[in-house]
Design a protein around this ligand. Structure first.
Ligand SMILES: [Zn+2]
Length: 205
């Protein structure tokens, strides 16, 4: 990889994405290399320079550091059920981009997402959901499941991919810092879906 700093961190968005995808292949094939040794703590205590940021779902089967085989300090991870860019997550990502120099933002969807599934099931009656869930689920419904045909065999798959892809647009439209960094070529924003069985993470267009 050409664009790397002396400490091995990717210095371009493309190199950052390649680093993540290579790590995902290692994870899928059971060849993980990430090490979180005590000696590494000294450097991390002094500061952080995560090369990529991730919006993950709260789902327990989704763990970016593991799925992309990266170490502590490599990834700036924000999480919420349904991996949607809430205002607080957008603000967190702006910090990563503007202050920490993060080169890549990944909207990380995953197969069998319960939040997207609930949005599909309750697209006409989200108010029936308990507690404060409607506020969250309504956002997913508005994005991708309002007009979905739930009887289609791949309806959930499509909604999950749509929900992740939509995150790119919302980040670009919701944040001048992110949009300008993308325009300047110092940042890329991508989306994808993690398959729970194979462990593979596949980018969506
Ligand atoms: Zn989920």
């Amino acid at each position: 990889m050409a664009a790397t700093q002396t400490d091995g961190r990717p210095t371009s968005p493309d190199a950052a994405l390649a680093r993540l995808m290579e790590g995902n292949v290692r994870y899928a094939e059971g060849r993980m290399q990430s090490q979180n040794l005590p000696a590494a703590r000294d450097g991390l205590a002094a500061g952080q320079a995560p090369f990529a940021a991730v919006i993950r779902c709260a789902d327990s089967r989704v763990a970016p550091e593991i799925v992309f085989d990266q170490s502590l300090g490599d990834l700036f991870v924000c999480g919420v059920a349904g991996n949607i860019p809430t205002p607080e997550i957008v603000a967190s990502l702006e910090y990563a981009v503007a202050v920490l120099g993060t080169k890549l933002i990944v909207v990380m969807g995953h197969a069998s997402c319960g939040a997207v599934g609930a949005a599909m099931e309750h697209r006409h009656d989200s108010g029936a959901l308990p507690g404060t869930l409607p506020a969250l689920i309504d956002q997913i419904i508005a994005r991708c499941t309002a007009n979905a045909d739930p009887t289609a065999p791949d309806a959930l798959e499509k909604a999950i991919a749509c929900n992740a892809r939509q995150g790119i647009d919302e980040l670009m439209q919701g944040s001048r810092i992110i949009a300008e960094a993308v325009e300047a070529g110092s940042l890329r924003v991508v989306a994808g879906v993690q398959d729970l069985q194979s462990g593979r993470f596949t980018l969506v267009d």
